[in-house]
Write a protein that binds this ligand. Sequence first.
Ligand code: UD1
Length: 433
Amino acid sequence: MARYVINGGRPLRGEVHISGAKNSALPIIVASCLASEGETVLENVPHDGDVGTICLILRSLGVELWFDAKGRLHVKGHTLKAHQAPYNLVRRMRASFYCAGLLLARLGKAEVPLPGGCSIGSRPVDFHIKGFTQMGADVYIEHGFMKASCPKLKGINYFINRSSVGTTINLMIAASLADGTTVLENCAKEPEVVDLAIFLNGMGAKVRGAGTDIIRIDGVEALHGTEYSIIPDRIEAGTYMFAAALTGGDVVVKDIVTEHLRSPMLKMEEAGIIIEKGDNAVRVTAPNGLKAIDVETTPYPGFPTDLQQPLVAAMSIAEGTSVIRETIFDRFRYVDEIRRMGADIKVERESAIIRGVTQLTGAPVEVTDLRAGAALVIAALAASGRTEVYGLEILERGYEGMEAKLQGLGADIIREETETVTDIFSQVETINL
Ligand code: UD1
């Protein structure tokens, strides 16, 4: 258990390096175990909690993997042996369900816990399961697990009900070793889907059309290890861009792909943020403060749901009233925490109505979900006084070295361990009766 202690009100200044994308690294690490020969070496893998968890899950399935001194991840995919993914690790994140596509494709059987509901609402996996079933798998749900078997998956034509990143990825993984051709329609077009396709093709797969509505995968007999570098994390980049603007700072956010941030950058500019675009970097300032804007989250290339929370933090001190509509998940539970810092936010169904205040004030707050954690931190950086952000284990699932990166930009932030149950009990007086 840990917390950040942040003394806000300091403009961020300097340069910040953006890590590899968590949401790309997770499926790529899983997909590397499709290989029946050779070793995969992955560069630019973020060292965050979710990546650590997926590594532990794969290791529990027999996979040999390790990080070298340069931080590159080596995976011997052919060492995959077991087909039962452990609940105690899988429960930590929904992306673990990618193991289902992998295990069915490589071992012909899979037992993977169903991801439960989470703090951003119900997140079913029905589209994934329907796809596996159509590919010929015999799927049933028992004791909270999805149990599936199929000696050899077959190619299918499948229309995904609603643009879903996870379904597109899971079925791409499953289809790579299937018998015949799979055509997925209404696919997610996120850069992480394209990254996975390029990686799979490097392993010998035949994937075409990633980044469009229709992805075609010609199944192959076998795949091999390869070397690959993960794309930069567009959500982390957007988060630091909002942090720079919110604190009235001047920050170069570097090692990014600016094209992946087109929609958020348009909205930032509408809000008065000045963005100077360079090669794989942007300089962000907001010398005249922020103006209220209206935004709706939509699948890529629209405004990402994972930047909705930092946007709400920014709009909390913008001039005027903003309406932010969330169309992907039930993702406004965290606003109670920002309200504790003086924000004026009302939630009506799927919209947050934010009346900008002149100043946020520090307060103790609790991280409710990964992206909300980032919003609380950047609100704290702009607030007057001291904020304690509790529940860092959730935040650290998806942001590599946030404390060090912010310190490098001049923020007054430290990380402290908080009390364990043993610590608490050691403070309770013991009376021998
Ligand atoms: C991924 C990202 C997450 C991001 C989200 C939307 C990863 C590891 N996570 O999550 O950061 O916020 O995309 O960009 O990449 N749905 C169903 N049934 C299904 C699958 C999805 O109803 O079987 C619904 C979901 O509840 C949601 C919508 O479809 O309302 C989109 O979800 P999806 O794109 O699948 O999100 P994830 O892949 O879970």
